[in-house]
Design a protein around this ligand. Structure first.
Ligand SMILES: Cc1ncc(COP(=O)(O)O)c(C=O)c1O
Length: 445
């Protein structure tokens, strides 16, 4: 294989059968599409190149900056592509949550701008969100940025409709699989592949996977965030299900330890979500003499997620399991143990309490700097989790009010601290958004 440019190595990734002894499905052949083997390391190499190509080929070297709202694989691929063409790359995001990826982007020469966005994903309908403002500014006439616009650019979908989908059909001897399973980030890969597979067989069943509410799986959306994505069309999917970060890690472990596939967490989520969903269909096929085929996507590799694994399963990296973690709480635990207070009650507690509660704001430093409750302290949630793992971070006599963007994360921490024996921890119901919407005062740093 000889190429004139690394971009020619994008695509034509292998489709690898998973050993039935591993997944346990008797009547369904399960295949992994190894997008992790693209040259820049992920499923995003294809859309990054397809979206950037018209900009890169038209721009003179040294003139212009490619820009994308991305904190992960799209940014990585675009940084490499921009560098090859003598251009700069700037990644705009509300928060880089995976430190290895942030460091890698810096190594690749990317400029990173972290804005105080409210969710992990651009919400174009939220006109107050700084990320939305930035996105609009990029698209205005006269902008000197070369904006690839992955959440809205149809070329994101086309890249998969032209490459990923047809490759799957070709490798299955001209047939579409009976099932297609993909995690949903921008929805580009699932939409593009589903379109092509349905052209071959309208009965293909498409399962879209998102992260469980208030959980975090890097690269994919939660069920609430996914509706904000411009390319997302619910009609693409026969079913949308959520997976927890615990399931993503279980799936990733199976792929790396049993299948020789060096998958990252979303590949794990896709594997685990696929097997969980297909069990019923598999049983229904018993005795029918029919076999079905399912394909899931392995989006990227494991190495960039060691800190993600360390935070959730320290024992896997040879570290002692320390104390209490959010991952150890079930939804039932949260419901049973967490206490929350609404905005009015919280304001009364702050005004009248003796002592008033210590208000801990778990949002990013940028969001905190933009607007916060007066007197609150800012401990970003990853750091807070680290602190809690070492034991109760506050004396038991200090009442605590936890605040996050919409009151979901803070509720989980309230459950955790209550379980650890703190007698008076509350979560601010609806978070800073509810506080603001109620017209309660917020201050700037
Ligand atoms: C690791 C990872 N998995 C899955 C996805 C989902 O892909 P898509 O954006 O095509 O929905 C992404 C997208 O960024 C990703 O980075």
């Amino acid at each position: 294989m000889r190429y004139d440019s690394i971009t020619e190595a994008i695509g034509n990734t292998p489709l690898v059968r998973i050993d039935p002894a591993v997944h346990g499905l008797r009547n369904i052949d399960l295949y992994a599409k190894l997008e992790m083997l693209n040259p820049f390391g992920s499923v995003k190499d294809r859309p990054a190149w397809h979206m950037a190509r018209p900009h890169l080929e038209g721009a003179a070297a040294g003139e212009g900056t490619v820009v994308e709202l991305s904190s992960g694989n799209t940014a990585k691929a675009l940084a490499l592509l921009a560098g090859m063409h003598g251009l700069r790359f700037k990644s705009v995001t509300n928060r880089m949550r995976v430190p290895e990826i942030k460091e890698l982007l810096l190594l690749l020469g990317a400029e990173i701008e972290e804005l105080p966005g409210r969710s992990e994903c651009l919400d174009p309908t939220d006109t107050d969100d700084p990320l939305t403002h930035f996105h609009q500014a990029l698209s205005e006439p006269g902008s000197t940025y070369l904006h690839t616009d992955q959440y809205f650019n149809p070329r994101n979908v086309e890249a998969h409709a032209a490459g990923t989908g047809p490759e799957i059909v070709k490798d299955l001897d001209g047939r579409a699989p009976d099932w297609f399973v993909a995690c949903v980030g921008t929805a580009g890969s699932s939409t593009g592949v589903a379109r092509v597979l349905r052209e071959h067989d309208p009965d293909v069943r498409v399962l879209g996977l998102v992260a469980h509410k208030s959980d975090f799986i890097p690269g994919i959306r939660t069920i609430d965030e996914v509706h904000q994505v411009g390319l997302f069309d619910p009609a693409t999917y026969d079913t949308i299900e959520s997976v927890t970060s615990g399931e993503a890690l279980d799936g990733m472990l199976t792929l790396v330890r049993r299948c020789g596939i060096l998958s990252g967490p979303t590949g794990g989520a896709a594997y685990q979500g696929a097997v969980r969903h297909l069990r019923d269909a598999d049983s229904a096929l018993d005795g029918s003499g029919r076999r079905e085929t399912a394909v899931f996507i392995v989006c990227d590799r494991a190495e960039s997620y060691l800190s993600y694994v360390r935070a959730r399963r320290p024992e896997l990296l040879g570290r002692a399991v320390r104390g209490h973690t959010l991952a150890s709480l079930t939804e039932d635990d949260v419901r049973a143990e967490a206490l929350s207070v609404g905005v009015e009650a919280a304001r009364r507690r702050i005004a009248e309490g003796d002592p008033g509660p210590l208000v801990v704001d778990l949002r990013s430093p940028h969001a905190y700097a933009a607007l916060h409750i007066e007197g609150s302290v800012n401990i970003v949630d990853e750091l807070f989790e680290e602190l809690v793992r070492g034991g109760l971070p506050f004396g038991k006599r200090t009442p605590v009010l936890l605040a996050c963007p919409v009151g979901e994360k803070s509720l989980r921490y309230a459950a955790l601290l209550t379980r650890m024996g703190h007698p008076e921890v509350r979560s601010l119901a609806g978070g800073i958004v509810a506080w603001r919407d109620a017209g309660a005062p917020l201050v700037r740093e």
